[in-house]
Structures are given as structure tokens and as C-alpha cells.
Write a protein that binds this ligand. Sequence first.
Ligand SMILES: [Zn+2]
Ligand SMILES: [Zn+2]
Length: 249
Amino acid sequence: MKLFACLQKLLQGRRENRTCYLCRKEIFDGKTFCADCRRILPYPLSFCARCGRKMTGTGICTECRARLPVADKIRSVFVYEDVLRGLIRAFKEDDPAMADGFAREMLPILEREFSACDFLTFVPMTRAAVKKRGYNQSERLARALSALCGIPVEEVFEKKRDTDEQKSLGRAEREKNLRGAFALKKRAVCRDKKILLIDDVMTTGSTTDELAKLLRGAHAAKVWVLTVAATPCFEKKTSSPEKIFARQK
Ligand SMILES: [Zn+2]
Ligand SMILES: [Zn+2]
């Protein structure tokens, strides 16, 4: 029994020892990134209370003031810039196991903001796209997070057709591009539930809006979103003090 306990501890320790996702240095605290890398990673220090995007100051960002997202609350672990682009690309292109490390980064936010959620769900891919890539990265994240927090995953969405890359499109084109691309395949389970939608990256927010609309239509009590990274809030550049001074002269 004692030997068994020792072995178990050893195995546990092995699981806790990991290498930093960025610099590959060995770490022992069960975290995803080492302390040095954590200091340089783009965690948003202040963010919009509604969409979670990095902004200066507090409260609601200019984008949300112009047009509120459909979801009740959105949060992201990182700002989608520099190093995160590379990490997310690696995760999407050939390393599904990275879902576990990202889920560890998402867990404290889930515990702090979304602990009342009834189930997790994820952004779907078409069957052909899953077959081509071998996995759906958002589903991997949701399942890894579920393993950590014990909240179940419900696969409520399906994607019926492929859509163009959203980034290059204007708002109207994005909406047209997404129209009818997604459907709810489990409507009844959403009624009166607090649902947390998981995704890897939020850029324009059009996809999360579209999926949140479907959940609202199915009478979900709350629609929340948690992503690994999100682009920062677009903020109008205010004049620098030098410019104001020059104008006054
Ligand atoms: Zn590191
Ligand atoms: Zn906002």
C-alpha cells in the first residue's frame, strides 16, 4: 500500500512536471508557462467588462458601446498578438495536446466568472474540416477544460457548410458569410441553461455572435464565452499631449 502511494505520488509528479510551451524550460508547478515567460505573455491587464477585449481604462469598450455582443459576457486569457499567434497556429496545425495547457490557463477564469455554468460547448467545424485536420481545436479545449473542472461538455452545434476566412470581410459580408452555416442539433438541452461556449480565438466576434444567437433562440438562461485569446478593442487614437500643445500654439 505504501509502495502504491509512493508510485502514485511519483506519477502525479510526472504529470505536474512539464515544459514551458514557449521556451521549453522544465517547470514544476503544473502551469503551462514558466515564470519568466508568464511575465512577457500578453495577459490583458484591463479589459472590457462585456466583451473582455483588452482596452485602456475600465468599463465598457467603444465597440460594445456602438454594438453589444450577443453573448452576456465574454472573457479571454490572452491578447491575440505576437507570440500568441504562433502558439495558436501550432495548436491548430499540429499539436492538439496543447489543449491541456491552454485549458489550465482558462480554468481560473472559469472558476472566477463562470462557475455557475451548466455545461460547456464549443464552436463546431464541418465534418470534412474535422476529417482534414484530424480534430476540432475548440472541442479539444472544451474537453480538456471539462476534465479539469468536472463540468460536462454538450455538443449542441453543427456546422453545415464551410465559410470563408472572416478577417478580410466587412461586417455585412461576414454576416452573409455565416448565415445558415451553423445549426443547433440539441435544442432542448439549452432551455434555461447557463452555457459556456469555448473557442480558441475571437477576432471579429461574428462567429460567437452567430452561435450566441442560436442559444438565445433556444431560450438559454445565460450565454457566456471563454476563449484562449482575443484581438484587442479597437480604440480611436486620441491626440497625444504634444499634438494638443502644438495646436494650442
Ligand atoms: Zn518559458
Ligand atoms: Zn467590449
